[in-house]
Design a protein around this ligand. Structure first.
Ligand code: ADP
Ligand code: MG
Length: 446
């Protein structure tokens, strides 16, 4: 390779390094080279087909954009697999990634003490307590299902919190989501660390897996989970699953996995009745240390019935409103700001900006503006990511909504968050929470 190739490639690599996480960079770009270049195209050598496919799928837009800005014109990018004379490891082994090893954090407020019992969740609650007190002994596996916003994550994390707080119980507990399990599994294949990945899960005393419905259609992950399950179950280790529907309704899941879900106890959660909704609102107000009039609580509880997250959202809105106005919130004022249940508005990009801005204490126009302040840039990229994931908007139309930016900038924001998400459990949880909030307030077409 000629010297000018070398320095051009070094420039491109360092530009890429600025754009994505170190982990992603190491995984995808560290072992690449520039093998040839002409007026309109450049060819990049990669170590194996896996890297080639990964680059094609995940990084082509970013690569094209970076190359174009450095070369001053658009270039066609080709990948070629390096010819190897001798045997070489087929996968790139990046540095040991610490963040990926970190478990998803538990929300300290998701405890049994803060969970309101009602006729709607009685069995799920009682069996969660039983499992937390005697993991592997009571019901195994425990399978909790119910529609969105009814407390599944709260219960799973309450089990985790209970066990972590109790020194006499088995120590090795992990909470994760099925998506996260899948992400980690795929990256362990990429990094040639599948043995470590397996060992990590198979040494657990309690494995809590949230939102199992996202494994529908993911054959490889189901296969891995099946073996993890068998291993843990055989050692009488506790497994808890949650799902948004009952086992029989999980259509894209292998039968052998679904049949195992039924080996222990299947408990559902229904929507809470009025009394329970009132009790939940009181609990939430107390948790925030805020006094809220009973008349207000009753009004909110009577208006929103199918989703506890939405219930809580309305309470927060009511509190924020009265703080903002500096006035006591009257029932007639509340009537005006409460959403009409069953009439969730359609999700728009503007609504997403609003939600993300609220989450990060920013103004909607901050997300459209051009400030390069670090916190702002990331919030803007997150809003773009969510908008792309949750609406049908194209990159050019998002470019318009986000302050008339260049559409490649938008694309690149999206790619950046997507790759960061894989390496950063904390960001993953944060974005998931924003998305769940959005889902409880708006209707989506996706
Ligand atoms: P899911 O995982 O089923 O979608 P979550 O566990 O995230 O729902 O619950 C949504 C919100 O509602 C959380 O803030 C949770 O604390 C609250 N919540 C749900 N059910 C209850 C309950 N019975 N008592 C107290 N809070 C609840
Ligand atoms: Mg949940």
């Amino acid at each position: 390779m000629a010297d000018n190739h070398l320095s051009l490639w070094a420039t491109i690599q360092s530009a890429l390094r600025e754009e994505i996480s170190l982990t992603s960079y190491e995984t995808w770009f560290a072992n690449t080279n520039l093998s040839s270049i002409n007026d309109s195209a450049l060819t990049i050598t990669v170590p194996n087909t896996f890297t080639k496919d990964g680059l094609e799928k995940r990084y082509r837009p970013l690569l094209e954009q970076t190359v174009a800005s450095i070369c001053g014109r658009p270039m066609t990018i080709n990948f070629t697999i390096k010819e190897t004379a001798s045997v070489e490891p087929t996968l790139i082994v990046g540095p040991e990634i610490t963040s990926r090893e970190e478990p998803l954090p538990l929300n300290p407020n998701y405890t049994f003490a803060h969970f309101v019992r009602g006729s709607n969740n009685h069995l799920a609650y009682a069996s969660s307590i039983a499992v937390a007190e005697a993991p592997g002994k009571a019901y195994n596996p425990l399978f909790i299902y119910g529609s969105v916003g009814l407390g599944k994550t709260h219960l799973l994390q309450a089990i985790g919190n209970h066990i972590s707080a109790n020194k006499t119980l088995p120590r090795n507990v992990m909470y994760t989501t099925s998506e996260r399990f899948s992400i980690e599994m795929i990256s362990s294949i990429r990094n040639n660390t599948t043995a470590a990945f397996r060992a990590k899960f198979r040494k657990l005393d309690i494995l809590l897996i949230d939102d199992i419905q996202f494994l529908e259609g993911k054959e490889g992950t189901q296969e891995e989970l099946f073996h993890t399950f068998n291993e843990l179950y055989g050692q009488e280790k506790q497994i808890v699953f949650s799902s948004d529907r009952s086992p029989e309704k999980l259509s894209g899941l292998q039968d052998r996995l679904v049949s195992r879900f039924r080996w222990g106890l299947v408990a559902d959660i229904q929507a809470p009745v009025l009394e329970t909704r009132i009790a939940i609102l009181r609990e939430k107000a107390q948790l925030r240390g805020i006094e809220v009039d009973d008349s207000i609580i009753k009004l909110i509880a009577s208006r929103i019935s199918s989703n506890v997250r939405a219930l809580e959202g309305a309470l927060i809105k009511a509190i924020a409103y009265s703080e903002l106005q500096g006035t006591h919130l009257s029932v007639s004022n509340l009537e005006k700001i409460l959403p009409e249940e069953g009439k969730r508005p359609p999700l728009t990009v503007e609504a997403i900006k609003e939600e993300v801005a609220t989450q990060y204490n920013l103004k909607r126009r901050d997300l459209e503006g051009s400030s390069r302040k670090k916190e702002l840039v990331q919030a803007r990229q997150i809003a773009i990511y969510i908008a792309r994931e949750m609406t049908e908007s194209s990159f050019p139309s998002l470019a318009k909504s986000f302050g008339n930016r260049d559409h490649s900038t938008i694309m690149h924001s999206y790619i950046k968050i997507k790759s960061l998400l894989e390496d950063t459990p904390l960001l993953y949880s944060e974005i998931k929470e924003i998305q769940e909030n959005i889902l409880s307030k708006y209707t989506t077409r996706r």
